[in-house]
Design a binder for this molecule. Structure first.
Ligand code: CP
Ligand code: NVA
Length: 331
């Protein structure tokens, strides 16, 4: 699985750490690993490899994807909740990184500050993967691109519209992933939630070089016309819970419902899918939504045949496995 590309020992702190060829190659590796897993023919490429899962924030998919990915290939993971280790409290992040690097072959980090994942990479001496920070969610973007590729084949030329909180970790990583893949990406968000101008400019430059475009738009009906993918995420990310009420008011017009899916013009021809990184507020069955009801997506969209959210969730496993194997596999 090399094809001239070598990711041995490499970290993934933001999606910019990967070239377009490397992303395309990782997606192919993940698709191959998925076929192997479904056929019951996983190899044992991570035997003797130990991966630390250092998590400051909650997680279902990222944590489980990492644990199962490593185990499938004969490797081991150790879950280290940040509340139960000394990270940044009795010990600097740099010191914890140096200790982990003496014991583990790689570190997957989920937390708040991008600086923490950068320090882990700088001081541990082993590959570090960003499993979500306030700034970015690159492993999610890989699974998103894989899911689009599974459905449509080529990524270049497809139109992806993200509707909601346009400056969050998922939106901005997806924006860059789509740009690198030569897609047409629209970040549909109110002016107050636009990503930084330099980020938009950079993503658009990257996209244009590859035959795509990136733009920001505040009108959902206009944004989704011709979309092949409609994507949303929660309106308040982990750590922003105090902004919940204001966000619900601000982002209501950006809810992904059947009217918005119809406005793509691609529903009847079965040429559009719905994606969400999950967890999603699509019904009344959570503590948060028992009073408010659905938020960023309605239940009929979430449960529709064109919703590929559980394929997307499964693809977290195959893409994280592709990263682990490509970084840690022995010659
Ligand atoms: N999409 C995602 O990162 O899910 P978790 O928060 O469950 O890991
Ligand atoms: N933007 C969300 C993604 C969760 C997977 C958050 O950061 O909470």
């Amino acid at each position: 699985m090399s094809n001239g590309i070598d990711l041995k020992g490499r970290s993934l702190l933001t999606l910019s750490d990967l070239s377009d060829e490397e992303i395309a190659w990782l997606l192919d590796v993940a698709l191959e690993l998925k076929r192997d897993k479904h056929a019951g023919t996983c190899a044992q490429r991570l035997v003797g490899r130990h991966i630390a899962l250092v998590f400051e924030k909650m997680s279902t998919r990222t944590r489980c994807a990492a644990a199962v990915a490593a185990a499938d290939e004969g490797g081991r993971t150790e879950y280290l909740a940040a509340t139960e280790i000394h990270l940044g409290k009795k010990e600097s992040v740099a010191d914890t990184a140096r200790v982990l690097g003496r014991m583990f072959d790689g570190i997957l980090f989920r937390g708040y500050r991008q600086e923490t994942v950068e320090l882990l990479a700088e001081f541990s001496g082993v590959p570090v993967w960003n499993g979500l920070t306030d700034l970015s969610h690159p492993t999610q973007a890989l699974a998103d691109l894989m899911t689009i590729k599974e459905r449509f084949g080529d990524l270049a030329g497809r139109k992806v519209v993200y509707a909601g909180d346009g400056r969050n970790n998922v939106a901005t990583s997806l924006m860059l992933g789509c740009a690198i893949s030569g897609m047409d990406f629209v970040n549909c968000t109110p002016d107050s939630l636009r990503p930084a101008d330099d980020l938009i400019k950079h993503a658009n430059q990257v996209a244009v070089e590859r035959g795509g475009t990136v733009r920001v738009c505040s009108d959902p009906g206009e944004a989704v016309q011709g979309a092949h993918v409609v994507y949303t995420d929660v309106w308040t990310s982990m750590g922003e819970e105090d902004q919940f009420k204001a966000r619900v008011e601000l982002l209501q017009p950006y809810q992904v419902n059947m009217d918005l899916m119809q406005a793509t013009g691609n529903l009847e021809s079965d040429n559009v899918i719905f994606l969400h990184c999950l967890p999603a507020f699509h019904d009344h069955r959570t503590e948060v939504t028992q009073k408010s009801g659905p938020l960023e997506v309605t239940d009929d969209v979430f449960e529709a045949p064109f919703s590929k959210v559980f394929d997307q969730a499964e693809n977290r496993l195959h893409t994280i496995k592709a990263l682990f194997v490509s970084s840690l596999e022995r010659d």
